[in-house]
Each structure stands twice: as structure tokens, then as C-alpha cells.
Write a protein that binds this ligand. Sequence first.
Ligand code: GAL
Length: 416
Amino acid sequence: MNTSRFAIAALCLAMGSGAAIAQQQSVEVLHWWTSGGEAGALNVLKGNLEKQGVKWNDMPVAGGSGEAAMTALRARVTSGNPPTASQMLGFDILDWGKQGVVADLNALAQKGGWDKVVPPALQKFSKFNGKWIAAPVNIHSTNWVWANQAVLAKAGVTAEPKTWDEFIAAAEKVQKAGFVAIAHGGQPWQDATLFESVALSTGGIDYYRKVFIELDGKIIASPTTEKVFQRMSQLRKLVDKDFSGRDWNVASGMVIGGKAGFQVMGDWAKGEFVNAKQTPGKDFACFRFPGTQGVVTFNTDQFVMFKMKDADKEAAQQKLAAAIMEPGFQSAFNVVKGSAPARTDVSDTAFDACGKKAIKDVAEASQGNTLVGSMAHGHAVPASIKNAFYDVITRHFNGQLDDKKAVAALASAAKN
Ligand code: GAL
């Protein structure tokens, strides 16, 4: 027995109480939020639970987009030792639902009226067999560009690029002025994040849906896809020579530090700018990837609870899920994370200009049916197809496939 336990036991005896020592409730949470901005946001959640007397046991698995985290999760569940809760995206949630190992959050969801406040496009990934199995914490979107204002001014870029041609012209100016035009990290998920914005900009929303959600072979094999790959080749010339393997937050740091002009990345990048104490409109700018205005390619982080045998753990899970869905928490958390709240009834007052735009864009897209799942982040197709797409996109970006061969490879990836 360690000294503090001994002290508590002695205290119980002294008080004449024969009651067993109450165990502190705790949660063990698996996640991949290890960058500065991400960790800052996670602290908001940790703090919330700790205030409720729930101890937080952290299980971070680094790696943007969560591939490594999902591998670690599989190992834990397979060995019969699942974490209390795990961060999860899109189709992965439905896959775990099918396995029958996740906890039912339906009673809590009914009580909290989640059905009424979470956009239907998200609910598709929060429910299995009509029952809530996940608590959505945010609405990130991937079709964003982040820009360093001072770099743009020095390069003579005076207006926000609104079209593909304007974007290329601006990036070329930045490059000619001696900066890195586009800060990019050559990792498959980052290449795919770039690719989906280029595809949306090139073909529009119907094309996006046909290619990434419906897997329409004819449309995938069409000349539009070749144009998308041609455009990726254009972008390849605008990244620096050290891009390979670079983490996304290191790329954000290049824009924050004035080494690069632009980064094309989901709005978790804004968490890095906020963490570096930068202000939108002054230090940096955020705008929708040129040609994708009006559409939001969403990526929502949700927390899934695993079935537990211990009543204390189950009670802690309910507290965690309830905390995530609480409107005040959704505001505090997403201000730091860079995302919009997953609930549509949260005020935008506490958010900066980019956050306000995110909230407005999501609301309009949800109403106008232009809120579509991000392929790169598991909200368009299941992991097996997503990974096959990653492979083609990355091989092409690294010059191992020419534009035409890449089109054929993408079509065959969709078929399998
Ligand atoms: C995404 C996740 C975001 C962000 C990003 C980079 O998959 O949804 O919350 O953390 O990865 O790690």
C-alpha cells in the first residue's frame, strides 16, 4: 500500500467508517492530438472532466489523420483490453459499430436531444443501426488555405485568390519572391487532403460525389480526373524540395514563421496559428480553396466508448460523452481546435474571424446540401478504398505515375 492510500485508509478507520474506499472514476482516452494546437484543445476536455472528479489517463498515438492511432486501437481491442474511449473518424466508427464492442450512447443522446442539433450528414457516422454510438466534438473541414499576410505583401499578392488560375499566379509570385510557395508535408494523407480540394475545385461538387462517394467508374476515368492530376503536378512544382515526410504542423509552422506563403490544410491548422498567438486578418488569412467556395468537405472527430465491465468506468464514459456534447464546452474546445462546433446551436461569439466563417459555411452547406464527407479523412469511403486512393495519389505526386496512368490506377483502386 502506498503512503497516500495508507493515509486514506487510516482516516476512514479514525472516522469509524467501515465503508470501502471510493475508487476515483477515470477514463483512458486514445487519440492523435499531439501538436501544440491539438494538445491545447484536448486540455479543455481534460480540464472539464477533472473538474467533475474524473481522472484522465492519456493515450496519445502521434500521426496526423490517425492512421497510427487506429492501428494501436486495433491491437488494444484484439488483446481484450480496449481503452475507455477513442477518437475516431467516419467509416471507422461504423466498422467498430459492426464489431459489437462499442458502448451504446442512445439514452444519453435522447436525453440531450442530439438528434435535433447535430447535422444529419454527421449523424450518419455517429449512429449504428439507428443508435448513437459516438459523440461528435467538432466539424473540421479540409478545403481551406492558410496564408502568411506579410509574405503575401512582400511578394506583391494583394488580393485573395478566388480561382485556380489566380491561386497559381499568387503562389508563383510568392516563389519568385524567395519564399516557399506552398508548405506541404509529403505524407499520403496530406497528399490526399490536397488532392480532394483540387478535385472539388476542378470538377465541382457533383464530380466530387461521383468520384469519392459513389465510386462511379466512368466519371473517375474521365478527362476531368486527368486534369486533376495535371493540376497536382502543377502544385508539385510549388512545394519545396524537403517536403517529403514532413508533419502537417511543421508545414503550418513554415507559414506561421514567414518561410512559406500558403498551406492547404484542414482547419486544425488554425489551431497552430492560435497556439502561436497569431490573429486572422493581421498575421494570417484563411480562405476556401479557390473554386470550392460554397462547399464544405467535412471531417468530424468523434469519441467512441468501448464496452466496459466496471460500473465506475461506465459512469465515467457517460460523463465524458455528456461533457463533449455540452454547448459551452463545444464553444471553448473548438475556439482552440480551429473547427466549428458539431452542434448547430452554439453561438459564434467566442470565435475569431476564421471560426465565424467556418460556422457560417457549415450552416449554409448543411442547409444547401453541399456538406460532403472528406475522402482523405475517412468520411467518403471505408478505409480500404481510402488507402488504395492514397497510394495512387502519393505515387503520382512523387513522380512514379504520369497523369494518364494515375487516372487508370485511381479507377482500378475504386473497383477493388
Ligand atoms: C485529422 C483530425 C483532426 C486533426 C488532424 C491532424 O484526422 O480529424 O482533428 O487532428 O487529423 O492530426
